[in-house]
Design a protein around this ligand. Structure first.
Ligand SMILES: [Zn+2]
Ligand SMILES: [Zn+2]
Length: 166
């Protein structure tokens, strides 16, 4: 996910390159479009990624697929024609084109993949999880614990009813 843009940087604003991404963890497949903009290169990135995680119910490790899309400007640090060093970007968090005129999208992909990841991933939608009483993995075997939820609202209503006059 590294792209050499030394040629693109010498071209007028609006010049474009597109590329098919090679599979590289976590990217499964995708495309990238590089557009010359006045202060660097706009990267339009779109890919299916595989996210390694563990199930939030049963804790089993598993991987799932997400779609990641972003547009980020990678700022140039040197004038591509004169080679003169340009003033540093105001925000040190900004993405930059390396001094060797390459764009490395790995850090951006990592950040956007993190955002795309589910907060509570499930190995399958109906994963029964782990018994809170005995710790049995319920997708492997049932257990003898009584896990009938006690709904306190109904209990309160029943109490009210029994108090009301006939
Ligand atoms: Zn699970
Ligand atoms: Zn149990």
């Amino acid at each position: 996910m590294e792209f050499n843009v030394s040629q693109l940087l010498r071209e007028p604003v609006g010049s474009t390159r597109t590329a098919i991404l090679d599979p590289e963890d976590p990217v499964h497949r995708g495309t990238v479009e590089l557009v010359r903009v006045p202060n660097g290169v706009l990267v339009r990135f779109e890919a299916d990624v595989f996210i390694d995680d563990s199930c939030s119910r049963c804790l089993a490790p598993f991987a799932y697929r997400e779609h990641v899309e972003f547009e980020e400007i990678f700022q140039q640090q040197v004038d591509p024609v004169t080679g003169v060093r340009l003033p540093a970007p105001e925000d040190p968090e900004d993405f930059r084109i390396s001094l060797e005129n390459t764009i490395d999208t790995r850090e951006a992909v990592r950040q956007y993949t993190e955002v795309a990841a589910e907060m509570q991933p499930l190995c399958r939608q109906d994963c029964p999880g782990i018994c809170p009483e005995c710790g049995q993995d319920l997708s492997m075997a049932a257990c003898a614990c009584d896990r009938t939820p006690i709904d306190t609202r109904w209990a309160a209503l029943a109490a009210l009813k029994s108090q009301s006059p006939p």
